[in-house]
Design a protein around this ligand. Structure first.
Ligand code: HEM
Length: 162
């Protein structure tokens, strides 16, 4: 049994739960509640929340990249040789994920360039969530689809069955 693959898969799914769930909480629970506060308190609360959330975002991106790249390069590529649909789908998912990482980092960062995005943080959090729906949708699809019989060489059937 490949314990590294199992632990990294748990890590990948756990990170998705925390980061996508956390963004959902920020967008639909905390932001509307904080908007009721006076401007000064609202700004302070936002600053404090983002200071802590930043650690989750940066740590989560690192965990996604480590677990996702291991899963793709070491586990899935050998399983999906000759599979013409898998790689474009996972490639699209990886590009969308990089887009999400960029927006999420801009929202928790301090760079003046992205000040405008931070002022519209609710809109950008919604964009992140929409992209995350597509990313999780693609991930679920390729997982349930499995390895098409054509992509499995007879000599590999034993390995795939495991
Ligand atoms: C926003 C970021 C991401 C989210 C929300 C996400 C979510 C998920 C989810 C829910 C799964 C299904 C896990 C399972 O059922 O075992 C998955 C699988 C996977 N993810 Fe990600 N992921 C993200 C980023 C990445 C990145 C950056 C990579 C690669 C660099 C990656 C590579 C993979 C691979 C290879 C699989 C396995 C697909 C298969 O079963 O064939 N993911 N991801």
């Amino acid at each position: 049994m490949d314990w590294i693959a199992i632990v990294l898969r748990w890590t990948h799914i756990g990170t998705a739960i925390v980061l996508v769930g956390g963004t959902c909480f920020l967008r639909f629970v905390l932001a509307p509640a904080a908007a009721q506060l006076p401007d000064e308190h609202h700004a302070k609360l936002k600053e404090l929340v983002m200071k802590t959330w930043k650690k989750f975002v940066h740590g989560g991106i690192a965990l996604f990249l480590i677990s996702g790249l291991y899963n793709y390069l070491v586990v899935q590529i050998p399983l999906h040789k000759g599979d013409k649909l898998y790689h474009p789908l996972v490639g699209t998912k990886i590009l969308l994920s990089l887009g999400i990482f960029f927006i999420a980092s801009a929202l928790v960062g301090r760079s003046k360039t992205f000040e405008g995005m931070r002022r519209n943080s609710k809109r950008w959090q919604s964009v992140i969530l929409l992209m995350a729906v597509v990313v999780v949708g693609i991930s679920g699809f390729v997982k349930v689809r499995g390895v098409p019989a054509k992509a499995i060489a007879p000599s590999e059937v034993q390995t795939v069955a495991r």
